[in-house]
Design a protein around this ligand. Sequence first.
Ligand code: NBP
Length: 484
Amino acid sequence: MKDLADIGLIGLAVMGENLVLNMESKGFTVAVFNRSTEKVDKFIEGRGAGKKFIGTHSIEELVGALETPRKVMMLVKAGDPVDHFIDQIIPHLEPGDIIIDGGNSYYEDTIRRTKYVESKGFKFIGTGVSGGEIGALRGPSMMPGGSKEAWPEVKEIFQAISAKVDGGVPCCDWVGADGAGHYVKMIHNGIEYGDMQIINEAYQFMKDVLKMSYDEMHATFKKWNEEELDSYLIEITADIMAYKDTDGEPMVEKILDTAGQKGTGKWTGIDAMHLGVPLTLIAESVFSRFLSAQKDLRVEASKVFKPTEVKFDGDKAKMLDDLKMALYGAKIISYAQGYNLLMEASKAYNWELNYGDIALMWRGGCIIRSAFLGDIKKAFDKSPGLPHLLLDSFFKEKVEAAQQGWRNVCATAVMNGIPVPTISSALCYFDGFKTERLPANLLQAQRDYFGAHTYERIDKPRGEFFHTNWTGEGADTVSTAYNS
Ligand code: NBP
């Protein structure tokens, strides 16, 4: 074993412990530290025994155990602990050294931290790491951004430990300046929320409308995983459907129906609001988790309102095909909306994001990995300036082919009182997206009527604003024309 380590890691929890084991298995020597130092000893004597690890018990010792330029990576709880460790690490660094934050930090914090660390003469990387425990161990998707000059120094380690697709292409590449890596990870997590929710809605539809057994649902998800919906989340859903508790009953039936969340979906929705992007599917998936968490209120309401009687006597096999199309159509919309947000963010924050590369980074290792991302990569390779995913010929054809079944599912769900908030809002988005004239002419008239907010006319050039004295009682004074 070398005297000095290739990289140091702070945070021996689920992600850190597995990521350092991954690094070590690829030939790197890793120095490790944890706030509660007994975890260092436990690790060195346990999973790390006999391997190329250097256990350390202070930040000074950790930094002193590293080859130059030093690379100190944190995988700790996002928020204050990250700032705290940065301030503890900095006094021990030399110019050229690199601090890396691999946690789920908010991208605005990463923008601030990059500036701060660079102002002290060092380099900073904020990297998304996705794939959970197993991904960290066997190969996660990694999305690094920050001080660009730091990338050549960490590229070998990052690409060695990341997931690989298509016979060895790493699911890790440089994303962009300051907070770009954590932003892309945030969008990844938002898309993950959406993918999970559309699957959840399909599950409820299968169970409550089609009255399918868990064995039937298992078989259906398993089959879908061999078709266009082939993805990690469909695969694990098939497994979950088959998993039985000790009494032989489906395990999932024993789980309380209140969803938790750590905030990344909410951040995605909030940023979409800031940038004026209609990210309806992800926003609905966050709201669906909130509604699920209002369990007591729902239980009370379920006693007040008579349940809608479910009446379905149609062709079950045909309806299942329609449901698959509904999922596929909604998934296309979700990714189209997510990419729309990435495009607006790239402009707003000057990141010059490469959309094909992002699809590639998400192809393997991460929670949203799927065959579908290969199609997105192809779309951006074919047309790097593509303004919207739905305008790509492949996705245009697919979304049109999904339409009929998707509408059928939404109509059936609505008539039977089964909530499908993401599947139906995605369809509404699609219908709005392809509508040349929306009713916002009336909306502008209403705004002008009550607040003299003015409007543009279809028979005049854009940028010219008009006001009508709708009631005959108003004056000529108009409100300032600006959009927030
Ligand atoms: P946790 O998010 O549970 O964080 C545990 C680590 O943070 C431990 O090393 C703990 O030290 C340290 N820590 C805490 Br908690 N509070 C601290 C404080 N006030 N000051 C200093 N250190 C503190 O671990 P994780 O699940 O491995 O996740 C690590 C990061 O990776 C997080 O940002 C997470 O969001 C992100 N992430 C997690 C997953 C996942 O699947 N779990 C996936 C992708 C990304 P201690 O041992 O002394 O308490």
